[in-house]
Design a protein. Structure first.
Length: 366
């Protein structure tokens, strides 16, 4: 086979452990999954209504233009439909951007550690990858990223809040950066966790899209909207950028049910507000735990927290898994002494914190 040499060592994306696999391995009856930053409160009731009201059309291809969802997004943001690109999750849009711009001789700039799919897609396209380490506080080093940009740079990726650190880029940091980036370099603002943010200085990305023609913003329905299994994401950019990316999109890339439920989910802003408030309450549970146990952590604006246990993260990960809690070890995320925990319900958080206290107490005895 004449494989691309650049993909020979590439590994497929590794999701967290499934609940069924963990049940079988440890002989457990119940598992609490707090590994993939899903919404523990599920989804809006309007989603169920949308599924019940719409007919079963299994034999018919989806609307290739995504008209119902684009119309809903247009009304929600008060923007023309031509400023939206739909994807099979925002992951697909990352792939579309990479296929459209990256190639041998073109470089891409990104933070590290950050969302793995930026680098993954760049490897597939055989582009030069310029990774800039996060600051000690877990934020993007925008000055260093700016220095890495040259005449051959095609795309800059900014994940804000960043996954896995949860730290965001404030407006006073972002605006000078965007002003300095050349106009022919696409700046991707990946805002998968935008709806969880409560920071007052978080940038208004719609204003940024209007002001900077080289900015594209990514959103998803997989996080606060609780629709991860439907795989729906979208991009917002100026019409010219969307028009260039759209032909690269696969036909019928967003399934019919995904379009319906996503449009319905946009109507329930009260559900989103409630989830955001509960998420902050849950985050405080972990902040209090870390302060009491003298553990370092990264202040997060997302729906997860990255805690430094000052030991191999796999040890904490395997212990919690044996107790019925699935989290993500920082070893796989570029933070080898940390563990990333999705914020759950109050009861779920109390349960995992109780197990962590027991784990730490046992370690001190040894």
């Amino acid at each position: 086979m004449k494989w691309k040499t650049n993909i020979l060592d590439l590994k497929a994306y590794q999701p967290g452990r499934s609940t069924e696999a963990v049940k079988k391995e440890y002989g457990l009856d119940h598992i609490t999954k707090l590994a993939s930053n899903e919404n523990p409160y599920g989804y809006s009731l309007k989603v169920l209504e949308a599924l019940q009201e719409n007919p079963s059309v299994f034999a018919i291809y989806p609307d290739g233009n995504g008209s119902v969802l684009k119309e809903a997004l247009s009304q929600f943001y008060n923007l023309p439909e031509k400023q939206f690109l739909l994807g099979n999750g925002s992951d697909e849009i990352i792939g579309i951007i990479s296929r459209s711009i990256l190639r041998p001789g073109v470089n891409t700039v990104m933070a590290t550690p950050s969302f793995s799919q930026y680098k993954h897609n760049a490897v597939v396209e055989n582009a030069e990858i310029r990774e800039i380490p996060l600051t000690a506080e877990g934020n993007h080093d925008l000055n260093a990223m700016l220095e890495a940009i040259d005449e051959k740079t095609g795309v800059v990726w900014l994940c804000t809040p960043n996954n896995p650190s949860g730290v965001y880029i404030g407006e006073n940091e972002l605006i000078p950066f965007l002003e300095a980036v050349p106009n022919d370099v696409l700046v991707v603002l990946d805002e998968a966790y935008r709806e969880y943010v409560v920071a007052e200085d978080y940038p208004d990305s719609l204003n940024l899209v209007e002001k900077y023609p080289n900015v594209i913003v990514l959103h998803t329905f997989s996080k606060i909207y609780g629709l991860a299994s439907f795989r729906v994401g979208y991009a917002i950019a100026n019409e010219e950028v969307i028009a260039k990316l759209n032909p690269v999109r696969e036909p019928f890339n967003v399934n019919t049910f995904g379009q319906w439920v996503s449009a319905a989910a946009l109507e329930d802003e009260e559900f989103v507000k409630d989830c955001r408030e509960k998420n902050r309450e849950g985050m405080q549970q972990y902040y209090d735990f870390c302060e009491e146990e003298q553990l370092s952590y990264y202040p997060s604006q997302a729906n997860f927290i990255l805690i430094d246990f000052e030991m191999n993260g796999d040890d904490v990960f395997h212990y919690l898994m044996s107790k019925g809690y699935i989290v993500r070890s920082g070893v796989a995320l570029g933070f080898p002494t940390c563990v990333r925990i999705t914020i759950g319900t109050k009861e779920q958080n109390e349960g995992i914190i109780s197990e962590l206290r027991r784990f730490l107490a046992d370690r001190k005895k040894k």
